[in-house]
Write a protein that binds this ligand. Structure first.
Ligand code: HEC
Length: 136
């Protein structure tokens, strides 16, 4: 009986440990791949708004490398989230590609502007983390 309990306890600890590693923030290149696949055609490979299909677009795709600068130096997590959320809800206009894939996968905590940790689908969290690194 004692052995069984020990095994149960160990199993529990391992499960908790696994849950924690699943919570590890996604790596940068994960976000980069998502960006390349879903955003670069408009916002450009370097994020500055000159993607392949950007020419002539009205309004022009935003320069995503100056989001923090335009927000007093703080990366505007909520603004980016709501923009992508808008795309997901089809508010982005007819040309908007499918972003549904961004909502698949585990939830990881993302710190939003007020410091609250908000469970966010991993691909979206990865994308946010990547965009934060390209701020200049
Ligand atoms: C079809 C072209 C297109 C694609 C693809 C696209 N965007 Fe945009 N995006 C735009 C345009 C045009 C604007 C500027 C007009 C507006 O704000 O709606 C914009 C604006 C934004 C803004 C607002 C910037 C600000 O100043 O608040 C963010 C953030 C953004 N896009 C992020 C993304 C991300 C992240 C992706 C990929 C998941 C993406 N966009 C994919 C065209 C695109």
């Amino acid at each position: 009986m004692k052995t069984a309990l020990t095994i149960l306890a160990t199993g529990g600890a391992v499960a908790v440990l696994l849950a924690c590693t699943a919570y590890e923030m996604p790596e940068n290149r994960e976000g980069r791949a998502i960006y390349d696949a879903h955003c670069a055609m408009c916002h450009g490979a370097d994020g500055r708004g000159q993607g392949d299909v950007a020419a002539g677009m009205m309004p022009a795709p935003a320069d995503l490398t100056t989001l923090a600068r335009g927000n007093g130096g703080a990366f505007p997590v909520n603004r980016v989230l709501s923009q992508v959320d808008g795309y997901l809800k089809g508010e982005g206009g007819d040309d908007m590609p499918e972003f549904g894939e961004l909502l698949e996968g585990d939830l990881v905590p993302v710190e939003t502007d007020d410091g609250t940790l908000t469970p966010t689908p991993r691909p979206l969290a990865a994308l946010l983390a990547y965009l934060e690194t390209v701020q200049r």
